[in-house]
Design a protein around this ligand. Structure first.
Ligand code: IPM
Ligand code: MN
Length: 352
């Protein structure tokens, strides 16, 4: 099969984790006889430096030409005081919107060999296996009106959702639950927000088409607490954009490190794949970032964009073997000396 993939390494540790993920991608393509066609583009702070724009036209063209995109991370401290539209993050929001990838799948699981990596007690995190389905192209991130008033005295963002926006992501969540433990927890703030009451109503309507799936609702403040109190109660967690952003970082604590979490952003056609972690400028360029979130994102790409389920599982199995071997990066608190980013990438390729 021909795999036409766009790489957007982005900023900070994005470049090094992407490089390690590409080593794995090449190994899996060679093993199963697929032809890789890799192109590389600019997104985020690096794109602002080279072109003046966080999401240049050329990158948009490349993304539309590719079958799937693998992104590293975006964000640089030098843009901390820039307005949102001129920041590296605007590049990521731009490509998510152009590809219309409305469903962001963020699986959170604990591997037995990583149980001590989480600061939470073993009996709490053991057996965690949940999938956060985060709505990705609506809500506060994109809602209007937005901005700071010219007189500098007030500012606003808008959390708005339309019926079709909620229906399509809810449908995805229920479909995914059918192949799991058949439970959907929809997270909202319906005791305060009209948009959440609307969200809840539409989710209930969609659930009628999935009688085999149990639906429950949870307020977002409680959901944050329940995730660290009893994470094993969750199967699929469905939520809107901002809540999903926040709760998935909590997922990093369950998994042992945010560096472990992969993600798949899916829409009608082309997928976008990115680790959940950020650009971590404090450790960039030191070859010590955890590449497993990026490598897990490659596995998700193989499965969701190319239907290569066997290849995707092979990558995940290889990751499992490397975790058991203890060759992990510093964020996972290894017993011996930590491995480097590239060593982990090479170990996963070898385990393949
Ligand atoms: C994430 C990130 C992004 C988001 C940022 C970099 C715009 O935090 O993917 O979770 O908020 O969606
Ligand atoms: Mn985030």
């Amino acid at each position: 099969m021909n795999l036409k993939i766009l790489l957007l390494p982005g900023d900070g540790i994005g470049a090094e984790v992407t490089r390690a993920a590409v080593v794995v991608l090449k190994a899996v393509a060679a093993k199963y006889g697929h032809n890789l066609h890799l192109t590389e583009g600019l997104l985020g702070g690096i794109a602002i430096h080279k072109t003046g724009m966080p999401f240049p036209e050329e990158t948009k063209k490349l993304a539309l030409e590719a079958d799937a995109t693998l992104m590293g991370a975006v964000g640089l401290p030098e843009f901390d005081n820039a307005p949102p539209s001129q920041r590296p993050e605007a590049g990521l929001l731009g490509i998510r919107a152009v590809l219309d990838v409305y469903a962001n799948l963020r699986p959170v699981r604990t591997y037995p060999s990583l149980i001590d990596s989480s600061p939470l007690k073993n009996h709490v995190v053991a057996g965690t296996d949940m999938l956060i389905v985060r709505e990705l192209t609506g809500g506060l991130y994109y809602g209007t009106p937005r901005g700071i008033d010219a007189d500098g005295n007030a500012a606003r963002n808008t959390m708005s959702y339309t019926r079709p926006q909620i229906e399509r992501v809810a449908r995805r969540a229920f479909e995914l639950a059918l192949n799991r433990r058949k439970k959907v927890t929809s997270v909202d703030k319906s005791n305060v927000l009209e948009v959440s009451q609307f969200w809840r109503k539409i989710v209930v309507e969609v659930s009628a088409d999935y009688p085999d799936v149990t639906l429950e609702h949870m307020l977002v403040d409680n959901a944050a607490m329940q995730m660290v109190l009893k994470p094993t109660q969750f199967d699929v967690m469905l939520t809107e954009n901002t809540f999903g952003d926040i709760l998935s970082d909590v997922g990093g604590i369950l998994a042992g490190s945010i560096g472990m979490l992969p993600s798949a952003s899916l829409g009608a056609s082309k997928g976008l794949y990115e680790p959940v972690h950020g650009s971590a400028p404090d450790i960039a360029g030191q070859n010590k970032a955890n590449p497993l979130g990026a490598i897990g994102s490659v596995a998700a790409m193989l499965e969701y964009s190319f239907g290569l389920v066997k290849e995707g599982s092979a990558v995940n199995d290889a990751v499992g073997k490397v975790l058991e071997s203890g060759r992990v990066t510093a964020d996972l608190r290894p017993k011996g000396a930590p491995a480097t980013t590239m060593e982990v990438g090479e170990a996963v390729s070898k385990a393949l």
